[in-house]
Structure formats: structure tokens, C-alpha cells
Design a protein around this ligand. Structure first.
Ligand SMILES: [Zn+2]
Length: 334
């Protein structure tokens, strides 16, 4: 995009020079002046001073950097809806919110529906770009029915507010939707998974939405990156052991070069998450997750535990990966 932007700048400069040359040649030649004087149309070159130009028509915006503050507002908006437990009004409301935000940034939205264990599943899918590589960035939008890790036993039948566990990943994807350029030398899908977080509850299981989605794919993406629980104000993202090692290395090294010390280049946990169904299909997939979160599956997973800086570290790293490096992997390059 930088190359194209520079070309666009150069084109504008050339046009201005050309206009200036024409104006000079017009001034030195009487005929064009006569022609201009007799026409009733306004002059082709409007008499706007540079100062007015700056005020009235600002330069086209360069691709924006991922903003942790904007992403944090998406966390607040989701938490204000209430717990996004499957079947609840808030669960429906968050899909409408996701759809509206995506469409506001000109991402066409589709719904992938399925039935898993008798439950209706509704994944939200936004697609942009064409060609290779084909990258899926995913996060779950549901929050857990029961805060069964709450230190207070009387709270364990309450739902999880899901500020970090749910809303943070959605927030990163929505802010990526705003900052990713309209034209990318890749095909990007932002996928918001339903029903990730209901395991160990009778009649449910973990990762139902991503499992249904992975099963529905007719061809295989080059890479899948899941973000989950990445909003913790005390963010420490160790490498997840089931994740593709090469892609893990690539993302962690981008983060470290960008100065995001929240990414720690050591393996720690093995986690079942929305990357698992893709790994099971042999697709390159990683999970970016900070599992050292004391409020995990408790009623204290609230927005005050989430920090804009944490969302920004993750979102900006993914933005750099998608736009400033070649996200093509060894697997897709062969
Ligand atoms: Zn969870």
C-alpha cells in the first residue's frame, strides 16, 4: 500500500506541475486567455488558496494504526449488553453490533449457521481481498453460562461478564476491520465464532462454533490465527504449545521487533481453543492467548481488568503481520 500511496502522491504532484505549466503557457499565449474570457463556465482551476484547501479537503487518510482506545470501546459496548450467553438477547445483540461495525468499514458480512449438539450455531464471517495467501483471523463472541471458577461458590451459577474472555478478541477483530486497507495482497476473513466457551456444561461442549465452521470449509486457508483473552491489563502471552511453531515464531518476532514485551517467546500452556478444529484438519493455526488471568470464568471478568494497551499490542502486531510483512508461510509457498 505504501508503494501505491507514493505513486498517488507522485501523480498529484505531476498533475499540479502540469497544471502550472499549462497556466504559464496560457499566460504567455494570448489565444487561450481570450477563450477563457468568453466562456461562461467557471475556470477549470478553482481559485482556492492552499490554506483553504487544507481546511476543506484534508489529504486522503493514510492507513490508520490499530488503536487500543478504539478497541477498548468495543469491549465496553459488549460488556454493557450483558453476558453474551447462547440464546440470550445480548448474544443476538452482539452479532448485530459486529455486523454493523463490519459493514460500516465496508466488509461484507455473511452468517455461517449450523446445528451442534442440538444447538443453533451462528458464526459471523467478513471477507476482504482475493488470492493468496488466504488468512483467517478468529475470536469467539459468546460468553460462558456459568462462572464456575469464581472463588465465591454462591456466584458459580452466575454468567461470566466476559470482558476479557470473549469481548477482547472481538474488539481486536473489529478494530482490525477499521484499520486494514481496502485492498490487500491477500484474502482476509474475520470470523467471529459462536459457542466456544460452554464446555463442561451438560448438553454442551467447547469450540462448537469453530468446529462447525472448520468442518464446513471446502478448501483450506493458508493460516488461521485465533485471539482469545488478550485484553488483560497484566498481559503475558506465552506461546501456546499446540500452535504451529513456525507461525508462532513469526508472530512473536514481529511483536518483539515492535517492542511489545507482552509477547513472551516461551511455550507454557496447551490449550483447546478455536484453533483446534483447524489444526485437526492439518491447517496451519495458532492461538494467541494469555491464560494467566486470575478472573478466568469468574464474575470478576469485567472491563476494568482489560487495558487498551494490551489490545493494542496484539492488534498492532497482527496489523503489521498482515500489511507490512509477507504473511505467506512456508506451507503455502511450496
Ligand atoms: Zn472461556
Amino acid at each position: 500500500m505504501k508503494v501505491r500511496w507514493h505513486f498517488a502522491c507522485l501523480s498529484v504532484v505531476l498533475l499540479l506541475l502540469l497544471a502550472a505549466c499549462q497556466a504559464n503557457s496560457s499566460a504567455s499565449s494570448p489565444e487561450p486567455i481570450t477563450a477563457l474570457a468568453t466562456t461562461s463556465q467557471p475556470p477549470a482551476i478553482p481559485t482556492v488558496t492552499p490554506a483553504e484547501t487544507a481546511q476543506l479537503s484534508p489529504t486522503p487518510a493514510l492507513p490508520a494504526d490499530f488503536s487500543g482506545d478504539v478497541a477498548y470501546r468495543h469491549v465496553l459496548a459488549q460488556v454493557e449488553m450483558g453476558p453474551r450467553t447462547p440464546g440470550s438477547e445480548a448474544h443476538n445483540q452482539v452479532t448485530e453490533y459486529i455486523q454493523a461495525e463490519l459493514e460500516a468499514h465496508e466488509w461484507p458480512v455473511e452468517f455461517h449457521t449450523a446445528t451442534m449438539l442440538g444447538h443453533p450455531i451462528r458464526n459471523v464471517v467478513a471477507k476482504r481481498g482475493e488470492g493468496s495467501p488466504w488468512i483467517i483471523i478468529g475470536a469467539h463472541y459468546d460468553s460462558r453460562f456459568f462462572a464456575d471458577e469464581d472463588p465465591d461458590p454462591s456466584m458459580r451459577s452466575e454468567p461470566v461478564p466476559g470482558a476479557n474472555d470473549g469481548a477482547s478478541g472481538v474488539a481486536v477483530l473489529l478494530e482490525l476491520a477499521r484499520v486494514l486497507p481496502a485492498e490487500l495482497p491477500a484474502e482476509i476473513w474475520l470470523v467471529f465464532f459462536d459457542a466456544e466457551d460452554q464446555g463442561r456444561i451438560e448438553g454442551w461442549d467447547w469450540i462448537l462454533g469453530s468446529r462447525a465452521f472448520a468442518e464446513s470449509l471446502e478448501t483450506e486457508p493458508d493460516a488461521v490465527v485465533i485471539v482469545d483473552m488478550i485484553g488483560d491489563a497484566d498481559l503475558n502471552i506465552y506461546q501456546e504449545r499446540n500452535s504451529d511453531p513456525e507461525l508462532t515464531q513469526q508472530i512473536w518476532s514481529i511483536a518483539q521487533q515492535a517492542g511489545y514485551e507482552q509477547f513472551i517467546a516461551e511455550p507454557k500452556y496447551s490449550i483447546l481453543d478455536d484453533h483446534t478444529p483447524f489444526l485437526e484438519r492439518g491447517i496451519t493455526a495458532i492461538d494467541i492467548i494469555d491464560f494467566d488471568y486470575p478472573y478466568w470464568h469468574t464474575t470478576a471478568d469485567t472491563a476494568d481488568k482489560v487495558a487498551p494497551e494490551s489490545l493494542e499490542a496484539v492488534g498492532r502486531t497482527l496489523q503489521i503481520w498482515l500489511t507490512e510483512t509477507d504473511p505467506r508461510l512456508a506451507k503455502s509457498a511450496d
